[in-house]
Design a protein. Structure first.
Length: 457
């Protein structure tokens, strides 16, 4: 059974009776500026001014619903938990462990009850199941039904974003089944497309195809559900040598981004940590009458890779160049994610000669076209890529041990060498940890900022 950390209730002090009585007495007073030229009987005397009586605000009932969330230290879940608990919802949150900044933030939130444990079971690690990120069934790896059943106890709503830890399809099925048994009223599932389902000539992306399978299962069981598809995270960019979204620091202080996307085809972008939470909360507030069975593409900007680099350059204050090319694997990564990247390169290379042949990011061209208008209808205060590059990217880089943002242009070469050295040292340290700990599961593609987070979750 999972361990559990209960939230702490914060008592509310009742209003002082004398102040309440005084407020009632003041209701009948005439509010008029002392030097007003209007008579006491003038209708204009009650016009809004600094002394005009204002009725008290309408009382707002605190939300009385409980929301289930999994992988609570991931970007999507953490963003939602911050927003939902801030307006009074209570959250039952599954965490893989209590290590890291985000896990600490979640577990110390008084409106969160934390259940600690994996969604998968593995009684005895073997060479065949040491890496639990491989797509599909894994020998000796099952589903943690006890934790999942406990998660949905007393829950009315759920925001579920499964990941590739364990058999994602089987875990997704178990979560949906438990939600159905618990009578969950609205189930929001973070899905992604199986491109092969739209066009057999398009290769499936394994990790996205698993989510698509879960979505189809939820639809067949008629669970009251909505499905959200998220664009490319602004937060994916890093100058560490991670694949696909490495913003590589050059010796002259500029950045270079290499990826297989056509340079002139627009892609959906989202600041996951800033914007997913408010959007999901609004979907819950709108309810099933508006969103039952619907797919919602979440992205607040549609930018080509070249445009993204131009926007990023304005924010970070340095030149940024885009190069269309293969995905470079310079660090060890989980097997499941490596297979995902290989398929992604094949999929988006279809538009190499003709940009019109590059498949829509969300599989369905109409979903791509719905961005960013539909997202803006849910949340009008997004943080764009330029703002992210200016205000957040340098902080995340500094948290990863890099110092290029603190140096002058003359020190760019030193910053480049420092970044390369940090990558080498980080990889060496991770390899030592992997040799020492059989439970590492080869999840070595992490920087210090992301140690507490699910990769790309």
């Amino acid at each position: 059974m999972p361990s559990q950390v209960s939230g702490v209730a914060i008592p509310t002090r009742p209003a002082n009776r004398r102040h309440r009585d005084q407020h009632v007495t003041e209701l009948n007073r005439t509010h008029k500026h002392s030097r007003s030229s209007y008579s006491d009987t003038s209708p204009l005397v009650s016009r809004n001014n600094s002394l005009t009586f204002r009725p008290k605000k309408r009382p707002m009932q605190s939300p009385d619903k409980v929301i289930a969330v999994i992988n609570a230290s991931g970007r999507q879940a953490a963003s939602f938990i911050r927003v939902a608990t801030a307006v009074g919802y209570h959250v039952r949150a599954q965490l893989r462990n209590l290590e890291g900044v985000v896990a600490t933030e979640v577990s110390s939130n008084p409106n969160v009850t934390v259940l600690v444990g994996e969604l998968y079971t593995r009684h005895k690690p073997t060479p065949d199941n040491r890496d639990v990120t491989r797509n599909g069934p894994i020998s000796g790896v099952g589903v943690n039904h006890d934790l999942i059943s406990d998660l949905f106890r007393g829950v009315q709503l759920a925001f579920i974003n499964t990941t590739f830890y364990g058999d994602e399809f089987q875990i997704g099925k178990a979560l949906a089944d438990a939600a159905k048994r618990a009578g969950v009223q609205h189930y929001i599932y973070s899905s992604m497309p199986d491109h092969a389902a739209y066009n057999p000539e398009w290769p499936s992306l394994p990790l996205w195809a698993s989510k698509h399978q879960v979505e189809e299962y939820i639809r067949r069981m008629d669970l009251p559900a909505t499905f959200v598809y998220t664009g490319i995270y602004n937060n994916n960019f890093t100058s560490l040598r991670y694949p696909l979204f490495c913003m590589e620091l050059q010796s002259d202080g500029s950045f270079l981004w290499q990826a297989p996307f056509h340079e002139n085809v627009k892609l959906p972008w989202i600041d996951a940590e800033h914007d997913i939470g408010p959007a999901i909360l609004q979907i819950f507030k709108d309810g099933l009458s508006k969103w039952r069975g619907r797919r919602i593409a979440l992205a607040w900007e549609m930018l080509t890779p070249r445009e993204a680099c131009e926007v990023f350059a304005r924010g970070v204050g340095r030149p940024v160049k885009y190069v269309r090319g293969p995905i470079e694997l310079n660090v060890k990564i989980p097997t499941g994610y490596r297979e995902q990247l290989e398929a992604l390169e094949k999929l988006f290379s279809l538009g190499h000669d003709d940009p019109k042949k590059q498949p829509p990011y969300f599989g369905d061209v109409e979903l791509d076209r719905s961005c960013p208008e539909q997202s803006m209808s849910l949340w009008e205060g997004p943080r764009g890529l330029e703002e992210y590059a200016r205000e957040v990217f340098p902080l995340e880089e500094q948290a990863n041990g890099l110092t290029w943002m603190l140096e002058d242009d003359d020190d760019a070469a030193d910053g480049y060498e420092e970044a390369t050295h940090a990558e080498t040292m980080s990889q060496a340290t991770r390899e030592e940890e992997e040799d020492e700990d059989d439970q590492d599961e080869m999840l070595v593609m992490k920087g210090r900022k992301r140690d507490e987070e699910e990769w790309l979750a």
